[in-house]
Design a protein around this ligand. Structure first.
Ligand code: NAP
Length: 339
């Protein structure tokens, strides 16, 4: 008897959002589950990642990743258990990381699946602290921003998956001062009390420029940008000579329909000789092993802490995604497929 279930649920994009996505832009559909062909595996997804970059894939524009197709399943990082394997080196019962999320069952080519072990780390960690967002933080700070001991670092989106790791890695690597911004007082407290940031502020309750000035009286050397807009403007104001900016994300702009008003002070880049560099985590795969070893050890020893916000049920996938854009999450937002 086949172990392949007859049907499974998957999320389709059914309309391209204008501004903030609405629940009606998505549909959870029950579809037949395909049998895997030669060199393929059938995976029952256990956890999926919902990420801010997915908002960009909902627009029909040329970008570094192709747009989601209408009436097709969306994609994204997921970890699941192998139900059927026609692939050498992958056994039934193995756990794999792959990019066919947003669905309960996925047929995945062997070369697109990476085996992961629940003994080495809890499975959701492969989507967050030891996964894509973790590597983004590691590479974005150490390689893109050329972080060096003694630097003062400011990171926005600091209580999120990438941001919370940037700040802690900076501390572990000898930053002179680490400052974070976040959107609630609870998140701000977490940054200082649990993650060891030297200072943090709530960007919703005051001017970013003024609060950053107070938090960084001697300026900053590195700004890790997850937000854009007023945060980028404030950082440019506060950066010291030869400061570096890693532009990782601009979440404040993902749902706007008008161009942003800031930064208005780009001219300062000249006199301060600032370096502004965009990054894509996919360019930094060569650091993966080093990252996994170093960050894995910090996590094991409790030197680097992390949180996850876990939403249960595939049917709540879109709400979890919208929650990331709203700021509902502390740390990595994960959807668990177990009820
Ligand atoms: P995350 O920080 O875990 O979640 C997003 C957070 O952004 C929310 O929790 C929310 O927290 C904050 N936010 C939402 N709207 C905001 C606004 N208007 N102004 C300021 N903050 C806002 O997400 P993540 O996965 O770690 O991603 C963080 C950033 O990195 C995103 O911009 C993402 O696109 C980018 N990224 C880039 C790459 C790359 O390769 N370049 C890879 C991964 C992620 P608050 O409560 O604090 O507002």
């Amino acid at each position: 008897m086949s172990v392949t279930p007859a049907t499974g649920r998957e999320w389709h994009l059914v309309a391209r959002p204008q501004g903030w996505p609405k629940p009606e832009d998505f549909a959870l559909r029950e579809v037949p589950v395909a049998e895997p062909g030669p060199g393929e595996i059938l995976v029952r997804n256990l956890y999926m990642s919902v990420d801010p970059y997915m908002r960009g894939r909902m627009n029909d524009v040329k970008s570094y990743v192709p747009p989601f197709q209408l009436d097709q399943p969306m994609e994204g990082g997921a970890v699941g258990k192998v139900l059927v394997s026609n692939a050498d080196g992958i056994e039934v019962g193995d756990h794999v990381l792959h990019s066919s999320g947003w669905r309960e069952y996925a047929v995945v080519a062997d070369k697109s699946a990476v085996k992961v072990s629940p003994e080495t780390a809890p499975l959701p960690a492969y989507l967050g602290v030891l996964g894509m967002t973790g590597l983004t933080a590691y590479a974005g700070l150490l390689e893109v921003a050329s972080f060096k001991e003694g630097d003062a670092v400011f990171v926005s989106g600091a209580a999120g998956a990438v941001g919370s790791q940037v700040g802690q890695i900076a501390k572990l690597k000898g930053a002179s001062r680490v400052i974070g911004s976040a959107g609630t007082d609870e998140k701000v407290r977490l940054l200082v009390d649990e993650y060891g940031f030297d200072a943090a502020f709530n960007y919703k309750t005051g001017s970013v420029t003024e609060q950053l000035k107070e938090a960084a009286p001697d300026g900053i050397d590195v700004y890790f940008d997850n937000v854009g807009g007023d945060h980028l403007e404030a950082a440019i104001d506060r950066l010291n000579l030869h400061g570096r900016i890693t532009v990782c994300g601009m979440i404040a702009q993902y749902n706007v329909t008008e161009p942003p008003a800031a930064p208005r002070n780009l001219g300062l880049v000249i006199g301060k000789r600032l370096r502004i560099q965009g990054m894509l985590v996919s360019d930094h795969q060569h650091l993966k092993e080093q990252f996994f070893e170093e960050v894995g050890a910090w996590v094991r020893d409790g030197e680097l802490r992390y949180r996850e916000t876990v939403v249960k049920g595939v049917e709540n996938g879109v709400d979890a995604f919208l929650g990331v854009l709203r700021g509902d999450n502390i740390g990595k937002m994960i959807v668990s497929f177990e009820d």
